[in-house]
Each structure stands twice: as C-alpha cells, then as structure tokens.
Design a protein around this ligand. Structure first.
Ligand SMILES: [Zn+2]
Length: 349
C-alpha cells in the first residue's frame, strides 16, 4: 500500500512537471495566435497547423536535387566596409536567409547561418552546396541582428556563439527564445510578441507576423513564436519576412498598417512538393503576391541557393520569379534575385 502511494505521487509529480513545461508562460487569451501550450497561425485551419508523422516520412523519402558544391566566397569586404563608412544604403546576400543590410551606417544581419549544415548534429542533416559569400570573422561590425524562428536553417548555434562575442550588438527574437540566447552569452537580446515595438537610439524594430511554425527538439513544436521584422532607421523601412507561407490577410494587413516598405527580403525557395510545403513556405507566385500585399518598393529573394531542403530544381525559384514579373503588367517596383558577392545599392528609392 505504502509503495503504491509513493508510486502514484512520483508519477503525478512527473506528469505535472511535463504538463507545466508544456505550458505557454506568455499565454494571453485575447491574442489569436497564442495557445495554452504555445502559438498558432491564426489564418490556418487547426488540422493544417502541423504535419502527420506519415506525411513527414513520405516527404523525407521524396527524391530531391543533388547539386555539386560551389565555393562562393566572393564578397569584397574592403568595398563593403567603404560603402558602410560612407553611409551608403546597401544590401548583400550571404546565403540562405542571411542578409547583410546597411542603412545610414547601421548594419543589420538577418537569420545568420555560416555552418556547413543546418542540423542539430554536425555529422548529418542538410549540407550547404554553396559557401557563405563571406567568412563570419570577416563581417563588418554588426549593430542589430533579427531572428525569425528556431528552425536549424535560421537559428544556427555556432554562428550565434561567434556573433555574441561583440557584446554591443542588439538582438531581436520572437517570444520564447530569449533564454536560448542568454545561455550562449548574448547580452542585448529583446524578445517581442507580434505587433510589439522597441526603440534603441534611432532604430525602431517591430515584430510582425509570418505564417510558419517552430521546432528544435523531438518533443516540442509550436512552443516558441515565429515572426517577420520591420526595422526602421530614420525614414527608411526594411521588412524581413523570415520563413513563411501565404495567406490573403496577414500580408495585406502588414502593408496597410506598416507599409509601404523601401526594402523587403522575401523567401523564394523551398516550396515543393506543395502538398507538404504550401502552408509554411511560399512559392514564387506567392513571393510576388507578398511583394504586392506589403507594398514593397524593392524586394530581394532569399531562402534559396544554399541548402537542399525540398524537391524543386535549384534554378527554378529565380527563373519563375523573372517569368512571373515579366508577364505581370500590374507589377510595380523591383524584385532582385541576388547573386553571391554582389553589393546592391539601395540609394535609388
Ligand atoms: Zn522554418
């Protein structure tokens, strides 16, 4: 009898602990994207929020391209530093969703990943087929870093640890991720919910929605938030989409309340097969719709050309974007498909 009571107490304690650890400490009943255990996409049906185990296996077994490795370390760091010191507004693509943007002498880095693989382990998982356009230790001084979510291709522990050495850099992360950064010695980290704003000197940062999800370990998903970011420096407005699927509401609202944007970084790759990817990754048609919805003057493609995550041919995202734009008489502005090593001027807006 005594043994049974002790066993019940132990089991109850562990069950409660597991339940409590799945509790969303930020839960706000008035916010549509909050749940008691984490977060959700307000414009997706509940059955479309996640993926079944069988779908995941089917996707993993689907054939995908196997490109040859291409070294692409082409960025002229001297030229970049010169243009930053002259306060020229520029952007250069480092690979995947890692963009370096300089506005009025302030340098922004997005979702930095410089590791060879995007994976929890160094010996397996998707491997880069293009190198970053610059080595991490050759980067200029970074003022601000934004992180979209915790998937391994956007949140890279090795890169964070190296970038954390500059303790003056200010980091912005979605709700639930601050403690992860603190364990690696990141000092200035602000954790924001959708629509929350933070000002630091002349830089204004606003956390905005995206349609995505989060997962970094076997037993937890949707437990930390995913986001897009608005960064306003003086009058110049940059929007970083992060990782996202499309819906007809969220981006139009962003455009209406926060647009127009001078610059938008929008994903264009990792979209096939559609039966699996549609809700969480946009295809080129949807990338162009986002450009229009948010009222972007100049967009730049990202989330392609670096890791093989999906099944579309590697050159398809760039080709499709060009085709769509050249056949669309209502398209306004500019949509750059970036090349490694090119420093794009943002002076002409
Ligand atoms: Zn993701």
């Amino acid at each position: 009898m005594k043994f049974t009571i002790i066993a019940i107490i132990i089991i109850a304690t562990f069950t409660l602990k597991a339940r409590l650890s799945n509790r969303n400490p930020y839960y706000d009943i008035n916010k549509k994207h909050h749940t008691k255990t984490g977060f959700m996409n307000p414009y997706l049906k509940s059955e479309n929020q996640g993926k079944s185990f069988s779908d995941l296996i089917k996707m993993i077994l689907t054939k995908r391209p196997k490109p040859k490795y291409q070294p692409t370390e082409k960025l002229n760091v001297y030229e970049l530093n010169k243009r930053i010191s002259q306060n020229q507004n520029v952007i250069t693509w480092i690979g995947h969703s890692t963009m370096l943007i300089s506005i009025d002498g302030k340098v922004i880095l997005t979702d930095p990943i410089f590791s060879k693989r995007c994976s929890p382990v160094p010996f397996a998982g998707p491997k880069r087929y293009t190198s970053p356009s610059v080595k991490i230790d050759s980067l200029p001084k970074i003022d601000l870093i934004v992180i979209s979510h915790n998937h391994y291709d956007h949140l890279d522990k090795n890169s964070v640890k190296i970038l954390a050495k500059d303790t003056s850099t200010v980091w912005y992360v979605p709700l639930g991720l601050k403690s992860w950064f603190k364990q690696f010695g990141v000092l200035n980290v602000y954790e924001l919910d959708w629509f929350a704003e933070h000002k630091s000197k002349k830089i204004e940062v606003t956390c905005l929605p995206s349609q995505h999800w989060s997962k970094r370990s076997m037993f937890k998903s949707f437990d930390t938030l995913w986001a897009s970011w608005l960064i306003k420096i003086g009058e110049y407005k940059v929007w970083f989409a992060g990782d996202t699927g499309y819906n007809e509401i969220q981006f139009k609202k962003i455009g209406e309340f926060y647009g127009p944007f001078d610059l938008a970084a929008i994903p264009i790759g990792a979209y096939e097969p559609r039966w699996f990817m549609k809700n969480f990754h946009v295809n080129p048609e949807e990338s162009v719709l986002i450009h229009k919805d948010i009222k972007s003057k100049k967009s730049i493609g990202m989330h392609f050309g670096t890791f093989i995550l999906t099944t579309e041919p590697i050159l398809e995202p760039a080709q499709k974007i060009s085709e769509i734009i050249s056949n669309d008489s209502s398209f306004k502005g500019d949509f750059i498909i970036p090349e490694f090593g090119v420093i794009y001027s943002l002076e002409d807006n």
